[in-house]
Design a protein around this ligand. Structure first.
Ligand code: CUA
Length: 356
């Protein structure tokens, strides 16, 4: 749907926008139709059934023969069907927005009072700006350092809560090159209204130039994570030969991990984050709960780098570039000069514990 003649609407610039707008138009159309119908009927009936003389006495409805089962059923069933369409249509859009495609390009977002901090896997960082290539599936993994925020890009028709201590995801495919508003859509303190930014949707070439130009050279997220892994002393216990006092993290990302007590969990980003800030919450079977918490020692940004490092190590990562291996079963992330496109190889790549 093209809203350009109705300037109260934000631009429509993502794969979801036409669907959300169409559903919105349906809601407005149904509401308008019934509002007008009811208003007309009120006026017509008020005239038609008005008292004709001062002595006229109203006839009870049942004596009139006016009660009609067919009428009652009709005006119950039609609105039911109309509202079920709203429900079904909305649910389809909701599920589509909830399920990022496997080939999505990953970007990390941290909200804090009162700014948006963004990390690209290649290592580039930005604040209150998000640069992305057009026509690519983008998956944001979001968390907060303090209170609940909400990442909202009206032109994309997507909005996701950003919750402290938890990872949420939002995905979209920008369809139009341009600059779009980014808002925080959850009241988060006195400067909530200033927690805004700009999303820059760029052509592939411009994006690559931006990515290699802006802050590149400081190392990828996985490389920064590897350095942190040394600095924080993780490496002394999580020995890569499997003989350490803590589990070997090689290839653990995406695998099933058996915990003390027999419970099995998938080692995803949330699990790794929890293992860093609250190590005793889930203890791997065969190990003791000896790890201290790193809450406060590692920032959310650093935890994200550590997760990217853990993702990058594993039996298959030897052949991959230093930027880290793509997740098993997933296409490599955005190709860069020096990070050759190897979609066929990556698609068949399987790590032993791949979750998908
Ligand atoms: Cu952050 Cu409102």
């Amino acid at each position: 749907m093209d809203w350009k003649y109705l300037p109260i609407f934000p631009e429509s610039a993502s794969n979801f926008a036409p669907h959300v707008d169409a559903l919105y138009a349906y809601l407005v159309a149904v509401s308008a139709f019934f509002s007008i119908l009811i208003a007309i009927v009120i006026v017509v009936f008020a005239y038609k059934y008005q008292r004709k003389s001062d002595t006229e006495i109203p006839v009870p409805l049942n004596d009139h023969g006016a009660g009609s089962l067919i009428l009652e059923v009709t005006w119950s069933v039609i609105p039911l069907l109309l509202s079920l369409v709203m429900f079904g249509w909305g649910a389809v859009i909701f599920f589509n927005e909830s399920k990022p495609p496997a080939d999505a390009m990953e970007i990390w977002v941290t909200g804090k009072q009162w700014m948006w901090k963004i990390q690209h896997l290649e290592g580039t960082r930005e604040i209150n700006e998000l640069h992305i290539p057009v026509n690519r599936n983008i998956r944001l993994t979001l968390t907060s350092e303090d209170v609940i925020h909400d990442f909202y890009v009206p032109a994309f028709r997507t909005k996701t809560d950003v919750v402290p201590g938890r990872y949420t995801t939002e995905w979209f495919r920008p369809t139009k090159v341009g600059e779009y508003h980014l808002f925080c859509a959850e009241y988060c303190g006195t400067k909530h209204s200033g927690m805004v930014g700009t999303v820059y949707v760029m052509n592939e070439g411009d994006y690559e130039a931006w990515l290699t130009g802006g802050g590149a050279g400081t190392g990828s997220m996985a490389e920064k994570g590897a350095a942190l892994f040394q600095q924080l002393g993780c490496v002394t216990c999580h020995a890569m030969d499997g003989k350490g006092r803590c589990p070997n993290l090689n290839g653990v990302y995406g695998s099933k991990v058996e915990l003390k007590g027999g419970q099995v969990v998938t080692a995803d980003a949330s699990y790794i984050r929890e293992s860093i800030v609250n190590p005793l919450a889930k203890i791997v079977n065969g190990y003791d709960g000896i790890m201290p918490t790193f809450q406060g020692l590692a920032t959310e940004d650093q935890i994200q780098q550590l997760i990217e490092y853990v993702k990058s190590i594993g039996p298959k990562s030897g052949a991959a570039s230093s930027l880290g291996a793509p997740e098993a079963g997933k296409a490599p992330r955005y190709p860069l000069p020096g990070n050759p496109k190897t979609p066929q190889k990556a698609a068949t790549q399987k790590s032993p514990g791949a979750a998908q």
